[in-house]
Design a protein around this ligand. Structure first.
Ligand SMILES: [Zn+2]
Length: 142
């Protein structure tokens, strides 16, 4: 993947996320919230945050963010950037617990906007419609 910032220009968003080689991802903000009655023991004060726009993390000037909770959050962020089914837990669940079992922090992931990208600008892999078939049905009930 090539580092690009995408665009929040609504003229570039055709609504279906599939016009030409365009697609969109949600911008995310991940903010520390405390659980009442639980002590926060890590170096992530309540209200500290980072934002994810495309593949890039953004921190407020002068505000650090510890790597251990970041490592726990990273696998979830690309999924939260993408459109998910209304019934999918990935759509509804937004609080992730700190990986330190003694810490009472939660990390609240919010979708803050949408950013448009072009396939041709973020990968060298050619776009071929037949290479990624969509599933034909809803799948089996669990
Ligand atoms: Zn913590």
């Amino acid at each position: 993947m090539v580092a690009k910032n995408g665009s929040t220009d609504p003229q570039e968003d055709h609504g279906d996320g599939d016009a030409g080689d365009r697609f969109w991802l949600y911008d995310l903000r991940v903010e520390v919230v405390s659980v009442p009655g639980r002590e926060m023991v890590c170096n992530h004060p309540e209200g500290s945050y980072f934002e994810l726009r495309g593949e890039n993390l953004h921190l407020p000037p002068g505000q650090p963010f510890p790597i251990y909770p970041l490592a726990a959050l990273l696998p979830l962020l690309p999924a939260k950037q993408r459109s998910t089914h209304a019934n999918d837990w990935m759509t509804t669940d937004m609080d992730i617990a700190c990986p330190d079992p003694h810490c009472g922090a939660l990390f609240r992931i919010r979708r803050t906007g949408r950013r448009v990208f072009r396939h041709s600008e973020v990968t060298a892999v050619p776009l071929t419609r037949s290479s990624t078939p969509e599933p034909s049905g809803e799948g089996e009930e669990p």
